[in-house]
Design a protein around this ligand. Sequence first.
Ligand code: C5P
Length: 233
Amino acid sequence: MSKDVIIACDFPTAEQTLAFLDRFTGEKPFVKIGMELFYAAGPDIVRQIKARGHRIFLDLKLHDIPNTVKKAMAVLSGLDVDICNLHAAGGLDMMRAALEGLTRPDGTRPLLIAVTQLTSIDQRRMEQELLIPRPLEDVVMQYAANARAAGLDGVVCSPLEAGRVHERCGADFLTVTPGIRFAEGASGDQQRVTTPARAREIGSDYIVVGRPITGAQDPAAAYRRCAADFTGR
Ligand code: C5P
């Protein structure tokens, strides 16, 4: 699995998203479509971006009873995306059902990765709101191990956790990591950030980058800089 940059296309409309992608000439970045765009523009925006030749991470973070998630994943699998995800907090049976739903009759399927603990949840919230009295990092590692046990391909995690996830779950277990900033950039609402080069050193397989690229004056140049720093090529 080659290392790559995934651009988080957090735009409210299909028009804005396609206009943004028009600015990339000669390259077809891997893009992430999240809830905002999917709920606004529906499955058609996925088909349109796919038809332009981009790989797609559909970031809808499913979390429901196993049967419902299985059927929803079967629908998503028909969209021919490259990566789907769900919440590991849904449990082992939900994750196994999701994999079944995602697998097409010919045996192929998109990669499936799990969100461990959201990066917006800190130790205090986990203990006081969710009543989980354990160190946050232990919970992240346990959820990653559960995802591995269920047969998933990897997790979404902080780039700072990627090395430990690989130690616990194996080098081939994917770590897809948001929270990336250029050294001189603003971190915005992200709490734990690192640079593309540092993410490579720690072991991220894919970095998810939104505002440092979507908010840049020249997004294609920012993307190329990010890709060069991350892949070392
Ligand atoms: O703009 P920025 O680079 O912060 O975008 C990061 C992207 O990764 C956003 O789409 C955000 O929703 C997503 N994400 C995240 N932290 C997680 C899971 C997803 O920032 N734990």
